[in-house]
Design a protein around this ligand. Structure first.
Ligand code: PRX
Length: 628
């Protein structure tokens, strides 16, 4: 595949992609293996919406990630696995070895009756078997739904049930730092309420004792031992569903974002190669978990589609100490390092002594993803990690976009700290005003929309196309609405300012305020709650909950935090909770979150107009309780 190697080449590619998008993406798609050529490269409208790339064509993602490389790269390392405990053994899988494991596991799934279109839930630690399970699903046309292994039993059950998964793949347990998480126990609790699950396959990661439900539960190694290593990938329609990934929105339960095969494949393959300017033989390390879209697109699929070596790290950045990342960069001679601003800020707070004795000279490109990166963190990353000679690609994208949309191209796009800079080829961003008009010119700010399809975009929400339309295509007619606000500066560079809806971004984890409120309201003593985000030095945003209760109890605030951990997961625990006598509501009963956000930020200098409130006095009371 052709790589963009100069700014002029970027401008040219961008122009081509806008003037002749079908030709542009067809040329990209031709770099991949198709078992049947497509009939039409693009059919689309943003009203239904209906988006089809390469309709009529057939391909297989697993084949393109594995089989396609065997002739030239069989002995090349595909995955380097670094365990949580640095004293335990590193595992390396070559393309040939990974291919065999994937074929075997594909056979296991088929032997259990999994067919094209069936849903398989993956609730796994960051071990190669997680990747093997995903690739095996893609190989046989099963739709994977990876659930981040930090989610609670309730969240896991909700996700399994929403898409009626047939199989759950999990592990006995995982250590994250010095904390043992008993995944199988959590899975057992979830499975009490999951009638669609026929089998649970358990990977023995830590030799922990687990409960085995006869007939339902099977050990990964038992199944793999008795199965053949030959498996022919199933040709898949370009528009056949590939995976579901649940994500949070402003309202309602999490949405099952659906991605399809051909467009997603070529988009993540193309963007991986270009954004990071990947060069053959390089070692790529993305620190995201496979439970999030970054893990799907740039830890597994993007690198493997390009025959790259990708690192999977089981642990956390501060175990056994805050030098772990830098030690790993040296140990594995990492060339490209891709992480989240929250990790950068957390490590910055630990001080520069953790760089002592670390070389870091293997690094060539740095990446950032998941939330806006503030200028200070950018500079710290650039100077201390990149030794002022590695470009930082600040990559803006979303679960729904499948791959990166706005980002510098490493070594090509002139950088500007805290700016995601320019759209990638094929991406046509626009800023919208409150009346629904495109804002022309530069040095402007508005709501970020995309006006033309790109191959990696989500096609629907699993089982709820109408919700898909309403969430993304209804706010502005004929545009995909991202939910983010952005600024376009005098040079036309984009800076993402953050969500404009009720989604909070805590340490790069996307959390709907409504979900947290529902969890809090589940406590017997809670009458009502309102949740907002506030600026947090390390996490980007923290969660602030205002809660009305029936009666005071001992440890109530702790209990409320615990119920959120239990219902959603520990990462969604509110940082701050205050018990309030009422909430600022309009006469029609709508909570004025704008006021709560200001109070949460500790800035009450200008609360705006409160005259429309049912009881303006409540604001004074909340301010007093918040110590303002
Ligand atoms: O608000 C944007 C923020 O993360 C949201 C998407 O979250 P999620 O679907 O979980 O995907 C995260 C990984 C792609 C966006 O709507 N976001 C993501 N990347 C950036 C960002 N905000 C600013 N700058 C970024 N580079």
């Amino acid at each position: 595949m052709q790589q963009i190697n100069s700014f002029e080449a970027y401008i040219k590619a961008y122009q081509d992609s806008v003037e002749n998008p079908e030709q542009f993406w067809s040329a990209v798609a031709n770099n991949f293996h198709w078992t049947k050529p497509w009939e039409t490269s693009l059919e689309w409208n943003f009203t239904e919406p209906n988006i089809k790339w390469f309709a009529g064509g057939e391909t297989n993602l697993s084949y393109n990630c594995l089989d396609r490389h065997l002739a030239t790269k069989a002995n090349h390392t595909a995955i380097i696995f670094e365990p949580n405990n640095p004293d335990e053994k590193v595992r390396k899988l070559t393309y040939q070895e990974l291919y065999i494991e994937v074929c075997k596991f594909a056979n296991v799934l088929q032997s259990l009756g999994v067919k094209k279109g069936d849903r398989v839930c993956i609730y796994m630690p960051m071990v190669p078997e997680g990747a093997i399970a995903m690739l095996a699903c893609a190989r046989i046309g099963a739709i994977h739904s990876v659930v981040f292994a930090g989610f609670s039993a309730t969240s896991l059950a909700d996700r399994i049930n929403d898409s009626a998964c047939k199989i759950l793949i999990t592990a006995d347990a995982v250590y994250r730092g010095d904390k043992l998480v008993a995944l199988k126990n959590i899975a057992d609790e979830a499975l009490e309420n999951c009638p669609s699950i026929e089998h649970c396959i358990i990977y023995n990661n830590r030799n922990e004792t687990v409960n085995i439900v006869p007939n339902r539960d099977l050990w990964w190694h038992d199944q793999m031992n008795i199965i053949s290593a030959e498996n022919l990938s199933v040709p898949m329609d370009a528009e056949a569903p590939l995976f579901i990934l649940y994500t949070s929105g402003s309202t309602g339960k999490p949405k099952g974002v659906l991605h399809t095969t051909g467009g997603y494949m070529i988009y993540v393959g193309y963007t991986f190669l270009n954004v990071f300017n990947y060069r053959d033989e390089e070692i790529f390390w993305c620190t995201a978990d496979i439970g999030w879209v970054t893990g799907h697109s740039y830890l597994i699929y993007g690198p493997l589609l390009n025959g790259a070596t990708t690192i999977m790290f089981e642990g956390v950045p501060n175990y056994p100490n805050a030098g772990r990342f830098w030690e790993m960069v040296d140990k594995h001679q990492v060339n490209i390092f891709y992480t989240a601003p929250t990790a950068i800020r957390a490590l910055e707070a630990c001080g520069t002594q953790w760089f002592e004795g670390k070389n870091l000279s293997s690094l060539r490109v740095l990446g950032s993803v998941g939330e806006p990166i503030n200028e200070e963190a950018w500079q710290w990353y650039y100077n201390n990690v990149g030794h002022s000679n590695c470009p930082i690609v600040d990559t803006w994208w979303q679960t729904e976009t499948g791959g990166i949309l706005i980002s510098p191209i490493a070594g090509v796009t002139p950088l500007k700290p805290a700016f995601a800079t320019l759209p990638l080829p094929g991406v046509q961003p626009v800023l919208m005003d409150t009346e629904g008009n495109e804002i022309e010119g530069n040095d402007v700010e508005g709501n970020l929309c995309i006006k033309f399809p790109w191959p990696g975009m989500s096609r629907s929400l699993y089982g709820d196309h109408e919700r898909f339309r309403q969430t993304y295509y209804n706010t502005y007619q004929n545009y995909y609405f991202t939910g983010d606000g952005a600024r376009r500066d005098a040079e036309g560079y984009y800076r993402i300012t953050g969500r404009v809806d009720d989604v909070i971004n805590v340490s790069g984890h996307r959390i709907g305020t409504g979900e947290v409120e529902d969890a809090i309201n589940g406590h017997a003593s809670v009458v009502e709650s309102a949740v907002v985000g506030y600026q947090h030095d390390i996490k980007g945003q923290g969660i602030f909950a205002f809660v009305i209760i029936t009666q005071h109890e001992e440890n109530l605030v702790q209990q409320i935090k615990d119920i959120v951990s239990k219902i959603i997961g520990p990462f969604a625990r509110p940082e701050k909770i205050i018990i309030v006598p009422g909430l600022p509501k309009t006469r029609s009963g709508k909570i004025m979150r704008r006021i709560l956000r200001k109070i949460a930020e500790g800035d009450v200098s200008n609360l705006g107009d409160t005259s429309t409130l049912l009881d303006p006095g409540v604001v004074e009371e909340i301010k007093r309780l918040a110590g303002l």
